[in-house]
Ligand binder design. Sequence first.
Ligand SMILES: [Zn+2]
Length: 190
Amino acid sequence: MNANHALEKLIAGNQRYVTGQLVHHHQSGGRMRAIATGQHPFAVILGCADSRVPPEIIFDHGLGDLFVIRVAGNILDDAILGSIEYAVEELGTSLVVVLGHERCGAVAATIKHAKISGHISTLLNAIQPAVDRAKNELGDLLDNAVRANIKLVVKQLKSSMPVAEFVQHDRLKVVGAQYNLDRGAVEIIA
Ligand SMILES: [Zn+2]
């Protein structure tokens, strides 16, 4: 499936979710058995771990459809890059969506310079450049930082090898999207 078709499928699923017309695509026992011996997910979703933003539900898809990677603040690290590369190279996925969301707690904690312990600093350090960028913009700092973080992660991903090569050779499309917690809608922003 090409990337544009994959993106259309996600947007159509999100429309069903927003309008309350869920079809619970690919969530049956039959689907489970049909894909038991192999997967060909049509999109990678790099989303936040936030409990309110589960990709299969907000895009109205199911088993075998989405290769989902979730981490607070939808940031990148080497393990996540490896997971994305695996989906593209081994599973033939042609689309990556970096999915951030309104009022992200990880971004808010970064802005607040929250007192942190343990490994949370790894998350906040990764998000800090987006907060620095958003400080120069007009409007709500948290909202701007969430968007800046999505755009920066898209940029980092597109400039990381071998993803950069996949993009260059039209094997992969990388987009950034923001989920609206109040309406349930996903907006493509990068
Ligand atoms: Zn979040």
